[in-house]
Design a binder for this molecule. Structure first.
Ligand SMILES: C[S@@+](CC[C@H](N)C(=O)[O-])C[C@H]1O[C@@H](n2cnc3c(N)ncnc32)[C@H](O)[C@@H]1O
Length: 334
């Protein structure tokens, strides 16, 4: 039996679920406790591929968008307030019961205050440094809180609100794009491609035959499709740490993520480095940028035999890593 806040709130009667109809659950992370909800009625709305797949593996119905006509919605509050409000807008779109579960550190109290200005909210259930609350809503009550899935910036880039660097190119990626060689012959993979800034610049290099954009966030990849209109681009909504391709790559470029939704997580960057080594041919090169304070020398040394720091702005470390460790002789001859 679970003792998560949502489960306890349902068990205590503080939160009531409607007796019938689908329950849309917005953006639950893998491992969140949904055991209080009847599984056959739950539709997980999750655009992050690793989380989406984790729910699908457990037999949940999953999609990147909300299903038609759900009777209730649960919002697992993310930290970014604009995204939290957009999820509440989508959860309220059909009208009906909306349940919000959030940590104090993710701003649940401030969201509660704002929701109360527009809807009659049940007594919040407080537990474990957070709150769950419920309200009945008429369709569209929070429509003005929504965000477009993608947006066009004044400089022409299309980005995904709520996803990485939605306001414009990330300075670390700009530094890496400037440091890439003039010629990058062959196949290139961009791991954690976001809305495609690095891939766009890769495709300007001479000799590129193909560029695979591998990105976990569905909306960011949709933005990338709009930024990159090039037949050599391939778009993969996938977990870059496990993604595989039948043919090896000649180059991998990346500005790896250094945190999961809340906590700093250098292990994720390390998994990207190991993934890059797996994807490269024996003569291939990883081009990578990271904030200077991040400890990537260890994972790089574990995965590559030759690592060189490339000149760039002082805030960042730029690496060119070659000769992936542990490749079979057959693969390194290609
Ligand atoms: C630091 S950002 C870089 C984005 C983009 N390359 C750029 O330069 O703007 C890291 C990207 O990795 C993505 N990401 C995080 N975890 C991922 C995973 N497991 N698989 C694929 N992409 C992931 C994030 O959504 C984000 O877009």
């Amino acid at each position: 039996m679970s003792d998560s806040r949502l489960t306890l709130a349902v068990q205590s009667g503080a939160i009531h679920l409607p007796g019938t109809g689908a329950i849309a659950v917005f953006r639950p992370r893998a491992g969140a406790d949904l055991s209080a909800l009847p599984r056959e009625r739950v539709a997980v709305v999750q655009g992050n591929r690793p989380d989406h797949d984790a729910w699908a593996r457990q037999g949940y119905r999953t999609d990147v968008a909300a299903p038609e006509g759900f009777a209730a919605a649960v919002v697992m509050l993310p930290r970014a307030k604009a995204e939290a409000k957009a999820l509440i807008a989508r959860a309220s779109a059909m009208g009906g019961t909306v349940i919000v579960d959030g940590q104090k550190t993710d701003g649940v109290d401030s969201i509660l205050r704002e929701v109360r200005r527009r809807a009659e909210v049940s007594a919040p259930y407080a537990k474990a440094h957070g709150k769950v609350f419920q309200f009945q809503v008429a369709p569209g009550t929070f429509a003005d809180w929504d965000l477009p899935l993608v947006q066009t910036l004044p400089n022409g880039w299309v980005t995904a609100p709520g996803a990485f660097s939605a306001d414009g190119p990330d300075p670390a990626s700009v530094a890496l794009a400037e440091a890439l060689p003039e010629k990058m012959p062959g196949r290139v993979a961009d791991l954690g491609a976001g809305w495609g800034y690095l891939s766009f610049h890769v495709l300007e290099r001479r000799g590129v035959t193909e560029c695979a954009l591998v990105e976990a966030e569905h909306a960011a990849l949709e933005a990338a499709r709009m930024n990159i209109r090039d037949d050599r681009a391939r778009f993969h909504w996938a977990d870059a740490t496990t993604w595989a391709d039948p043919e090896p790559f000649d180059h991998v470029v990346m500005n790896p993520p250094f945190h999961t939704s809340r906590a700093a997580d250098p292990a994720l960057g390390a998994a990207f480095i190991a993934g890059a080594a797996r994807l490269l041919s024996g003569h291939g090169t990883l081009w990578m940028v990271a904030n200077r304070h991040l400890p990537y020398e260890g994972p790089l040394t574990a995965a590559f035999r030759e690592i060189r720091e490339v000149p760039g702005p002082p805030a960042f470390k730029l690496f060119a890593a070659r000769r992936p460790q542990g490749q079979s002789a057959a693969r390194s001859r290609r």
